[in-house]
Design a protein around this ligand. Structure first.
Ligand code: CDP
Ligand code: MG
Length: 719
């Protein structure tokens, strides 16, 4: 969906770029200087790419050194690793020599910060050590949080395998809408958001003996909230052990926040990584990635490649491009295994990235920044880093949240580079200039809490009885206006009363008599824009199939239509295939829907259908999202409260129609500020559902004097 060309990075070349690499270089200049012995390689090389297609990298002679670079240590080959038993592999991890010291430190201190290079074994080993040391005696659990769903699942699977147990028994995971644990589960991996939810049912986390807040350096919103809550319960639960685990970043800050908790450092085993930059900014980083992978494949010694991209669409496009070019080159090049990894990838596909590379072949893993620190893939020697990531940003003044592709931070870039030096000396190819690295990237990533809407968090904290949010123990407090805006929005929604206390909102849920449909819509919206499948070679067919689902009123109703037809097909896979619908996403929507229906049952709200009438559905959406209203005006739409210019996303069913009043589900910023998932409403409903939020003056049509078209007609339309 992010169709924009990447931001131009840098311009001027830094002085320190001058030293050109003479050997083993990917640059064309240096290639000519190569010796006779390299001719075979050169030939293969030219078959692949024309001279002007090449990317010229320069070395800055900058090498990232590990904390304890063991240049001479022989890297274990994959085959050797396979021969060893699981237990031997466990003993070979950098954390293993520190097992006893670590357990002693945990025994001695209630809160411990653990710092260790990614891949040293923190996530997979520490819970097992604790279990072996008796921390789960008496049915107590060890909880380990992960900011990412994929990491929670894959790490749990790995640990279950190491322990020789079935996933879901002694070792399990819990992520939103998927609980893979049982009564027997003692090692529980979960997303940070799920542990937050557990506070609702067990405010003192009494069933846990140890809580590990892992990947603390990621500083996700949920992890930051956990810091405050767990610090608080640790005060009265002296038997609870708290471990804060982080890559080698920021650990002093964690120690400081947790009242000077000691830091346990696991010395890294990292090999040097040579860093290369492009000479000039790359206009198309996707293309540059593909070319770089192929360059590495034909010119560099064996070793797998890891590419960092920003999201599913980009990753799929990159994989397709790579596969296509490999097909064309056929037997002229060695086998290249192209594997994607991102959050929505089904777990059997995810597991593939961990399979050892067959001899003679090379593996390329194309990943989101999930592979930055959350997942370690053995055998990576080369990293390609375009320098971007997708980041949430929030404008507290307008209340707008958007997902933007932005340059990543230097800290991120260095983590990415570090992935190349885990098993042997590696190389990192940065698709930006050294100048850009130095001058255009931020030092570190801003914590999520400072760039997100806090509505859900405020609601959760209020449900936990924490009313004074201004004085909550935040490691980095959110901007004051963000907090105030969240409170205002919840008040406007009727979730808080004028005292700032929670109200019972479920009664309003039954007003519009369409909970059946709204459940489906909510479930479909939750699967994140991955419903429609649009393969590059069948774009026309896919778009036609999509058009067939269009119904009047807007995208929410289109989603409802897709789900209803799928249901009528008996949840058929074949039906999805024929209609260019992603079966996996639908299956997930169905799971989500089932769970939501269960929740409705629990709060005793009846599930009723509007019997094909879309009016109550549109009103219900208005009731929930009235603060996301936009009005047609000259040259686009304007949000009602803040007069921000926004546009209907080209994928929307209302792209052509451009109705006067819209409610949008979310805003995404790509080339412009786009509204994604929009539904047509009537302005009169706004006064009906949110009289405390809108004044009739704001919604009057006189304000649309500036807008030439469609005037006059609208008054009746509004009814
Ligand atoms: O948490 P940390 O980054 O310190 O390391 P880890 O995730 O515990 O990984 C330790 C080792 O387990 C690495 O060598 C990984 O390659 C391996 N691992 C794996 O093979 N499969 C997984 N799903 C997770 C980890
Ligand atoms: Mg880890």
């Amino acid at each position: 969906e992010l169709e924009e060309t990447p931001m131009e990075l840098g311009g001027e070349q830094g002085r320190w770029e001058e030293e050109r690499l003479k050997t083993a270089s990917l640059s064309f200049g240096a290639k000519r200087e190569r010796e006779q012995g390299m001719r075979y390689e050169q030939e293969k090389y030219q078959l692949l790419l024309e001279e002007d297609e090449m990317i010229e990298f320069v070395s800055t002679a900058m090498t990232m050194k590990g904390t304890r670079a063991e240049k001479d240590a022989p890297a274990l080959s994959q085959a050797e690793l396979n021969k060893q038993s699981m237990q031997e592999v466990r003993r070979s991890l950098p954390i293993f020599p520190y097992r006893e010291d670590l357990l002693a430190a945990i025994n001695e201190h209630q809160i411990l910060v653990i710092e260790g290079e990614t891949g040293s074994g923190k996530t997979t080993q520490i819970p097992q050590y604790l279990l072996e040391d008796g921390y789960t005696n008496g049915g107590m659990k060890i909880g380990c949080t992960q900011p990412r769903r994929v990491a929670a699942m894959s790490v749990a699977a790995r640990v279950a395998q190491e322990m020789g147990v079935k996933l879901g028994n002694e070792v399990g995971y819990s992520i939103r809408f998927e609980d893979c644990t049982s009564e027997r589960t003692v090692l529980k991996y979960m997303t940070d958001g799920m542990l937050l939810r557990e506070f609702l049912t067990e405010p003192d986390l009494a069933s846990y003996s140890v809580i590990i807040i892992d990947e603390a350096h990621e500083r996700t919103l949920h992890t930051d909230i956990l810091f405050g809550l767990i610090k608080d319960i640790a005060r009265f639960r002296s038997d609870l052990k708290v471990l804060v685990a982080s890559a080698t970043l920021d650990t002093e800050r964690f120690s400081c926040f947790f009242d000077e908790a000691p830091v346990f450092r696991i010395p890294g085993r990292r090999f040097p990584v040579d860093i290369f930059y492009t000479k000039a900014p790359e206009a198309d980083y996707l293309e540059a990635c593909v070319v770089s992978v192929l360059q590495i494949h034909v010119t560099q010694a064996p070793g797998d490649v890891l590419v960092f991209l920003t999201g599913q669409e980009e990753i799929e496009a990159c994989c397709e491009m790579l596969q296509e070019r490999c097909r064309r080159l056929g037997s002229k090049i060695a086998e290249l295994l192209v594997l994607p990894i991102y959050a929505n990838l089904p777990s059997d596909m995810q597991a593939k990235i961990f399979n050892p590379t067959p001899p003679g072949a090379r593996k390329v893993v194309v990943a989101t920044n999930i592979a930055e620190t959350s997942l370690t893939i053995d055998g990576i020697i080369y990293v390609i880093d375009p320098g971007f990531c997708k980041q949430k940003s929030y404008n507290a003044r307008t209340g707008m949240e958007s997902l933007i592709v932005t340059p990543c931070s230097r800290a991120s870039a260095n983590q990415r580079a570090g992935r190349a030096g885990r098993v042997a000396a590696g190389k990192c190819f940065r698709l930006y200039t050294a100048w850009a690295f130095k001058h255009e990237m931020e030092e570190t990533t801003v914590p999520e809490i400072q760039r997100t809407n806090l509505g859900n968090v405020v609601l959760l904290l209020k449900s936990l009885g924490i009313n004074d949010l201004i004085h909550f123990d935040f490691m980095d407090p959110p901007p004051h206006e963000t907090l105030v805006l969240a409170l205002e929005q919840l008040y406007a929604l009727g979730a808080l009363n004028h005292m700032g206390e929670l109200t019972k909102v479920q009664t309003s849920l039954s007003w519009y008599k369409c909970s059946e449909e709204v459940l489906t819509i909510a479930a479909m919206l939750s699967v994140n824009n991955s419903i429609f499948y649009r393969p590059k070679d069948k774009v026309v067919h896919a778009d036609n199939a999509r058009m067939n689902f269009v119904v009047p009123g807007g995208d929410h109703l289109v989603l409802l239509n897709v789900y209803t037809q799928w249901l009528e097909s008996g949840y058929s896979t074949q039906w999805c295939y024929e209609n260019f619908i992603q079966f996996r996403s639908m299956r997930r929507a169905r799971d989500v829907r089932d769970q939501l229906e269960g929740l409705m049952d629990r709060i005793e709200v009846e599930v009723v259908s509007s019997q094909g009438d879309s009016l109550p559905i549109r009103k219900a959406v208005t009731a929930g999202y009235f603060y996301h209203t936009a009005r047609l005006s000259k040259g686009g739409y304007k949000t009602v409260k803040h007069q921000q210019t926004v546009y209907v996303h080209p994928n929307s069913s209302l792209f052509e129609e451009q109705p006067r009043w819209l409610i949008y589900h979310e805003l995404v910023f790509t080339t412009k500020e786009f509204m994604r998932q929009v539904i047509e409403i009537e302005s009169g409903w706004l006064l009906e559902v949110a009289p405390h939020y809108y004044k009739s003056k704001e919604l009057e049509d006189s304000s649309s004097k500036k807008m030439p078209r469609k005037q006059g007609k609208t008054k009746e339309e509004l009814g």
